[in-house]
Design a binder for this molecule. Sequence first.
Ligand SMILES: [Zn+2]
Length: 373
Amino acid sequence: MSRRVGILERLAQGPVIGDGSMALTLEKRGYCKAGPWTPEAVVEYPEGVLQLHREFARAGADVIQTCSFYSSDDKLAYGRTDKSQIVHTSKELNDAACKLARIAADEAGCLVAAGLSPVPSFGKGMSENLVRAEFAKQVEVFSKHDIDFVLAEFFIDVREIEMCASEMKKLNKPMALSMRIGVSGDLKGVSPGECAVRMAKTGAQIIGINCAFDVDSALKTIQLMKEELDKHDLHPFLICQPLGFLVPEVADTTLGRVCLPENPIGVEPRTLTRIEVHKFTRAAWDLGVRYIGGCCGFEPHHVRAMAQELSPERGKEPPCADVCPTLGKDGGTCLHSSEKQSKEYWYNVKPGTGRPFHSALSKMTHAAVDVRP
Ligand SMILES: [Zn+2]
């Protein structure tokens, strides 16, 4: 069997395209419950999870993240006073998630990123030992599987991601750390630059942000991180996996998207067009981001747009190119109007929303306390 080219080698060679939304997209498809956002689907509806993995791979993703968001035991028990409602353990879910990701990754030559996310024990102020124990249980499962690297994401407090990193190190695999912060920094007001430096000092080779904020805000936050890292002569690879929605009015908040009254199940009018994804991808690459992917709201066609935008740098088209050629190439839009064949046409279109009397922005719910997706 030929040796798999690892994540750090791939990042050193050029862009790496991440995958997209799992929990939110599985919820839309009827496989995940809005609210808890826990991944029981990996056991109860494995075919649904595997299909989504395969769609991201076909769209051009280089990495398949395990569907293990919010799969710690304390999260699975969260809000469930009747313990009989807890049907699956963290071990069981992480085990199944690793297997499904590996199947899809092997079919398409992708890498598997084992995913970790915040645990309620930290939010409740439990001891560091108890918090780390929740991460350790998941890391233990990952150690039994053929994963390529480990990715902690969606953290809003830099202290918690540092605790998580301490456990991740035990895997002896490349580490990626990603926070869901904007220009205002983390929950305690630690700036994006300081968060970046602290993440890099854990030894993680890949650091950045995901979720909560939109593409424009994410680029500003990454810029702040990069400036501070440069001052400290730290040069990790940068990762950026923003929301698949435009949410400019929350750019200066700490919590981001959850401040919107229509979050989480009425945000579809804000969905990015693939043209906006093309523009974001180019801007992120030009800024120095090597690992470009998407979080909540990023569907397979968004991932395709990222892979197509960077196809010159990657030296290849996504696997679906036979059906869906790159925008601007011969027949690239598969449309019959010659005017609409050009990239320039689509870059200048201002799509309507189709909703008379609706405003472009919403009045924020400043009292938002629910920090879940
Ligand atoms: Zn997300």
